[in-house]
Structure formats: C-alpha cells, structure tokens
Ligand binder design. Structure first.
Ligand code: DGJ
Length: 768
C-alpha cells in the first residue's frame, strides 16, 4: 500500500515500511526502511533533521542540508554528495545537475518498456524530479505487490534539453542506511561451481559486486543479502536485493566514516553509456528489495512468493514439469537416431515423460567447433530429419525437447558464411572465440528479426514440447555497427534478447523453455520472466549440487531450479555417489535424468523406477510447496530443509550429511510451519543400496545395517533396502521437540542407518 501524506511517502507491505519525504529544498530525504510501522501524523521523531553533516551545504530560506551526509532517495553529481551516485550524466562536458521534486503520481499499470517487469503490481508511485536548468526529468518508481514484502524500484531519465546528452550511469535503486554495521552475503563462483556463499563484514570504502561479461554471470550473482550482525536464520533484520535484468549488473555498498551505508544497484556502468536525444527517455531495469525482521528464512519465503507469483508467468507457472531424460551426459555428440531412440525407450519404460536431445543434432555438429546458427538436422546422424525423430518420440508417448544455442554462431556455419556481419566483432581486432564460437549481434534489430523467424521456424519444425535455451560463452568484441556508441551495445544486446524471447514465447505459449548458460552463468529474474526454470549448474554431483542449490534457494523457488540425476562417477568431480542421494538432491528442482538408463545396474534401475513413481506422487509439493531451511550444508554439520504445502497437509523433509564421521551428532527431524494441533505421520522414503557398492570388502561385518539376522540376509543379496523409519506425532511435538532419527552407522550403538559420505534421506510428513 502506498500512502501519500503531505510531503511524506510511505510504502507498506505486510511486514515492512519504506518511508521518505520531500524536504523544503525539494530533495527526497530517505527516512526509514525496516519493520512495519503504523501511520503517524508526522514522522519528525524519526527524521534526520536539518543541517547534519559537513562539506558543502545546500540551502534556501527555509532549510539547509549537506548532501554528503543526508540520507536520500537518489543522488547525482554536483550538489555536494561525494558518495557513489545513482545518476551520472554528461551534457556536452557539463557533469553537474540538480534534480528537485516536481510532482508525483500513483500509476496502476506501470511497465518499463522493452525490459522484463514483475507483473500483477498493486500500484506504483512515480516521483518526478526536475533539473530545470538542463530540462531533464528524473523519475523514480516504487511498486508494491499483493502477497509479498518484496517491492520494486526503478528510474528513468527524460531529455527535453533540445540536445543530445550522455548518460554514464543510471542505476535502478538507492537506499541510504543510517547505520553501518552489516554483514554482506553474496554468491559467486565459476563454471560448475556456481553460487558459492561469500560472507564478510561490510568495511569502510566501496564494495562493488557486479558482472562485466555481458551476462548476469555466475562470477557475482545479482542477488545479495545485507544483514544486521545479529541476524540468524529465524531472527534479526536482513535485506535482500536483486535485479530483473540479464546483462551486466552492479551492486555498490559504500560505508563511510559518518556511520552510514549507501546501497545502489542497476546496470553496471563499467561498459555502459547511453546517448539520449532530445525527447527520448531511458529506463533502468527493475530492482527488487525486501526486508525481513525475522531473519533469513522469512526473506527467502517472501522472495519465493514474489518469484512464483510475479516473475514466472505463462502456462507453466504452476504446472508440474514432466520428468525428463536428457542425452547429453550419456552420449554427448556421439549419437545416432537408433541410440537416441533406445535411450528414450528405456527412459519411457522407467517412467520418464520427456526426452531431450541436447547439443549436436544440427548442421554438421560432431564437436563444439561447428554449425551454431544452422538449425536444421545433422543428416549424418539423423538421416530422417528432426521431425521424424520427434514423431518417433511422440509415438512412444514421450514429449520431445531440443537444445538450441540461439544467440551464438560458429565461424564454420552456413549462417556465418552468409552473414559474417551478424556476429559481434571489433573492426580493429581479431574476434575472440570461446568454445570456438562467436556471439550474434543482438544489439542489431536486423539480427534479432532474423533469429525470431529462423529459430522460431526450427522450433516449429521439430515439433518441440520443450526447449533448452543455452548460451555458452561470455560477450566480447561488442562493437555493434547498429550503435555509434560502444557503451550502448551490451544493454542493446539485452533489449534485443528480450525482444527475441518475447516473440518466441508468444509464438510457443505451450512449449516449456529452460534457460541455461554453460550451467548457471545467466541465473536471474530477467530470464525467469520468460522461462520458468534455469539449469543451475553442470555440476550434478549431489554434494556439490546441494551446496549450489542451498544458495540458489535463498532467492529462487524450487520449481525454478533445473536439477538432474546423472551417472556416477560424476563427469565434473569424478566423485562416486549413490543414485538415491543423487535423486534426493535433484528431486526438489525441475527434475530429470541425464544418463543412459541402459547402463545402470539392476539395483540402480530398480531405484530409478521407484524414484520416478515416488516423484510423480510428490512433485507438486516438491516444486511449489513452501521451502524452509532448517540448517545449512555449508555452515552447519548437516543440511536440512522442509517443504510444506500451503495448506499444511503435507511436507517433505530433507537431511543431507557431510563426510562420514564416527560418532557424529544424532540427527533430528524438526520441521517448521506444520499445524501444531494436527497429528502427522512421518514416513521415510525407503532407499535401495547396491550391496557390493556399499559394503564391498566389509560384507562379513555383522554390524552393518543388516541387523541381527545378517547372515540370512546376506545370502545372494544384491539390493538392500534402507531403513524405513515411521512415526506419528502432533505437529507441535515434531516442531518443538523433533523426531529422533535412527542412529547412524559408526555411532557406537546398534546402528540402523547407513549414512556414508554425503548421504541423504527424505521423509514424507502427512496430516492424518
Ligand atoms: C552447456 C550446458 O550447461 C550443458 O548442459 C550442455 O547442454 C552443453 N552446454 C551442451 O553443449
């Protein structure tokens, strides 16, 4: 809810309040962002007051302010504010400006043109600030959304000066905090090791988190968390910030000596500038802000609601994803139609619902050095064409999915030979290749028009039910002939990508799209406005994946996170793992298999079959239930979380151990958000163990999980069933005391649970 009261602007969500005012100079003074407060007649009890600070002063006959100190809603160069700024412009060499309040409006269907927007807004407050001397209008937008504490901010600049000006920076959001003790949590990484939690005390000076390679990037994710030092999972204050944008982003955190912290985020200006002609406007992407006074868990809960309700859209928003089987890790480029059909058939027999043909099906592609851009079947491998393969897959009763990398081109391709000018290159230098490919110039509308037609027709011809939209390299050489100013290219690329995606989504509303960028290189809210999920990482080894997913889950709901069971040993880590652990970690995401089921042992085949059956019964809860972290696989002795249905009738509880330790602390299942007065049944999902894989040389040791009748049990045994602990208790007992899980192997007592390195378990909790 947005309340305008005199010169105060108050934005309330259920649990938070954002408050600012126009001061007598016309400057927007930030007053408060935190736990919800009621409406008051005036807020002078909370205001900073006139004249705090040092340095140069801005004054009129009614008021005096030092902008180097004052908490503000937006900042610009020239009026004394020496901190990092929201806006930097260049008007023929003149960098100074002065934006003062001019008016405001409440808008009901505000959308930023050309960029993805959070939808179903409640209302938007637009504040207009004018630089009268330069005839420029800066507008700040604040939007609220039903059912979530997340609000969004954005900004735009309109030029009525009669001449061209250059924007060197226009960020989306600014918050000046009147306190300076914060812990900053960010998520960084690289290919196959995305989303590593980085935690630090915010130091004096400027900390910048951003990307510079043309994508939102996994090096530094745009999602960041700023916590009060006493913040924990369940108590204390924290702020979460993200950006609805897929290009270069930046978040600035400036802590100064006056006990203030300024936060800013938006398009990274390192490689950005924008020429704005007379009469034109420039819009910054939407930034998301959320405050929780109840710790991180509530922050996550609010973000999940926001992403599910206001970011993900279309037919697949709340639809269960089919169980997929993808051929990539099984066959890579080495397949024939026969092999694919055999793989799909076996997948179907075991319960899969969607077959995905990954890279290598087009042009002359047998390795990664050719054919990107030639989206027609590789007839050497698929002599009957892609439509015929799609028919065969459909006849089996499976959906058909295909991999594309639409933004790229190989130099060895018909597309490049016909249109070398479609690739981003620099006129003075040899273009830089990565994975033997160049990036198409999506800053150029002609290229985007071509792709909309060409890629669209290829998707139609292949009768796709699913498309994996990959993007395997970062952007370099970005001197697009379509713009005179190189600083515009990467943002124009993002705008071109969004136009491309918008047109494809409109043409194929029923197709399920999944975003991928060499794993998790482009995980952001912008892509999720078009595609309901992203491939989180090429690392599918369960322990590594558990950590990656725990970080991602801080902001993104389960349904958005693509997660597969792959073969063991894992392709990236070479670590061996049990198929049941791989399943337990993958099943909470957009789920599937990425292995050849024909190569599985009998025990693993049996497991896969049982897993799929169990998954189908629970997939809606797994993907769309409310996720609550209980403990962290990164920071605590074991990772645990619970996913609860909104009606509290059922829940799934996950436990994941770290490396095996003798006498490790006993585990308790201790869910949250159940109905305290209802009786629940807890039932462990029973797992299979391949006897020889687990027991190996210790098979004559009677202390193993086989129990007192071990000799009898070991006769000709190959598949051992794990324990299947069950219990029944009131929600209050489970939440307050917890359910004691059976002792683990190596705990000195009669062990009942075999928990090896990185072992996991899943429990179903159901109201009686
Ligand atoms: C990178 C993706 O992350 C993989 O899953 C796979 O699709 C390869 N690209 C194919 O080239």
């Amino acid at each position: 809810m947005i309340t305008v009261q005199g010169n105060y602007f108050k934005i309330d969500t259920k649990k938070s309040t954002y408050l600012f005012k126009v001061n007598p100079l016309g400057i927007l003074e930030h007053i408060y962002y935190g736990k919800a407060i009621p409406n008051e007649k005036d807020y002078s009890f909370l205001e900073e007051g006139e004249g705090c600070g040092y340095g140069v002063m801005m004054k009129n006959d009614r008021y005096l302010a030092y902008l180097d100190h004052l908490s503000q809603e937006c900042s610009f160069k020239g009026r004394g504010d020496t901190r990092e700024l929201l806006l930097q412009i260049d008007c023929s060499g003149d960098l100074e400006c002065e934006f003062l309040y001019e008016g405001h409006e409440i808008l009901h269907d505000f959308e930023i043109p050309g960029l993805p927007n959070a939808n179903h807004k409640e209302e938007t407050l637009a504040i207009y600030l004018k630089d009268k001397a330069k005839k420029l209008t800066l507008c700040l937008y604040y939007s609220t959304y039903p059912g979530t504490d997340v609000i969004t901010r954005s900004s735009s600049l309109k030029n009525d000066s009669g001449k061209k000006i250059r924007i060197n920076r226009l960020l989306s959001s600014q918050i000046d905090f009147d306190e300076d003790e914060f812990i900053l949590k960010t998520f960084g990484g690289t290919w196959a090791k995305e989303s590593v939690l980085q935690k630090r005390t915010l130091q004096h000076g400027v900390t910048k988190i951003g990307s510079n390679n043309g994508h939102s990037s996994c090096i530094h994710s745009p999602f960041v968390v700023l916590e009060k030092p006493d913040c924990s999972l369940t108590s204390g204050g924290c702020y979460g910030f993200n950006l609805i944008y897929s290009g270069n982003h930046a978040g600035y955190f400036e802590r100064n000596n006056l006990h203030k912290v300024r936060f800013l985020n938006g398009i990274n200006d390192d490689s950005f500038s924008w020429d704005l002609s007379d009469g034109e406007s420039f819009f910054a992407p939407e930034a998301t802000l959320c405050y929780s006074s109840e710790g991180e868990r509530e922050l996550t809960h609010q973000y999940h609601r926001f992403v599910r309700e206001h970011i993900v859209r279309g037919e697949w928003q709340y639809k269960d994803h089919p169980v997929l089987i993808n051929d990539w890790e099984a066959l890579t480029f080495n397949f024939t139609e026969e092999k694919l059909v055999a793989l799909a058939r076996r997948g179907k027999e075991l319960g899969c619902e969607l077959f995905v043909l990954d890279d290598g099906w087009f042009g002359k592609r047998n390795s990664d050095n050719t054919s990107l851009g030639d989206w027609h079947a590789n007839l050497a491998k698929l002599p009957n064409g892609i439509g015929s393969l799609a028919d065969k897959i459909h006849e089996m009763g499976l959906l058909f999915g295909l991999w594309f990398e639409p933004e790229m081109v190989s130099r060895d391709s018909d597309l490049y030979r016909a249109h070398p000018e479609f690739a981003l290159t620099h006129k003075d230098y040899e273009p830089l290749e990565s994975r033997n490919q160049l990036v198409l110039d999506l800053a150029n509308p002609v290229v985007v028009d071509y792709l909309i037609e060409n890629v669209g027709n290829a998707i139609a011809e292949a009768k796709c039910d699913y498309v994996k939209w990959d993007c395997n390299r970062v952007i370099s050489d970005y001197l697009s002939p379509s713009t005179l100013n190189q600083g515009e290219t990467l943002h124009r690329y993002a705008l071109g990508l969004y136009r491309f995606l918008g047109a494809i989504m409109k043409r194929f509303p029923h197709v399920l799209f999944e975003s991928c960028a060499a794993g998790g290189e482009r995980v952001d809210l912008g892509m999720l406005c078009y595609m309901p999920s992203f491939w989180a990482s090429d690392d599918t080894e369960p322990f590594e994946r558990e950590k990656i997913q725990e970080s991602l889950l801080m902001c993104y709901p389960q349904s958005c996170i693509g997660a597969h069971v792959s073969a063991s040993p894992n392709h990236q880590t070479l670590r061996e793992s049990q198929i049941e652990d791989r399943f337990n970690v993958a099943c909470i995401g957009a789920f599937g298999y990425e292995l050849d089921p024909n190569e599985l042992s009998d025990v693993d085949t049996k497991s896969m079959c049982e897993q799929i059956a169990w998954y189908k019964q629970n997939r809606h809860l797994l993907a769309f239930g409310d996720y609550y972290k209980i403990s962290s696989i990164v920071e605590d002795c074991r990772g645990q979380f619970v996913i609860v249905s909104p009606d509290q009738k059922e829940a799934i509880y996950f436990v994941g151990n770290k490396t095996f330790e003798l006498y490790s602390p006993q585990a308790f299942l201790k869910p949250v958000h159940l109905d305290p007065d209802a009786v629940y049944e807890v039932e462990e999902r029973q797992q299979n163990f391949d006897f020889y894989q687990v027991h190996g040389r210790v098979k004559n040791d009677k202390r193993t999980l086989t129990g007192p009748d071990w000799q009898e049990k070991l006769k000709d045994v190959e598949c051992l069933k794990s324990e299947k602990q069950v219990a029944s208790a009131l929600g209050a007992s489970l939440m307050n005391a917890g359910m004691r899980l059976d002792y683990e192997w190596g705990s000195g007592r009669l062990p009942k649970r075999l928990m090896l390195d990185y072992s996991t378990r899943i429990y179903k909790i159901k109201k009686k």
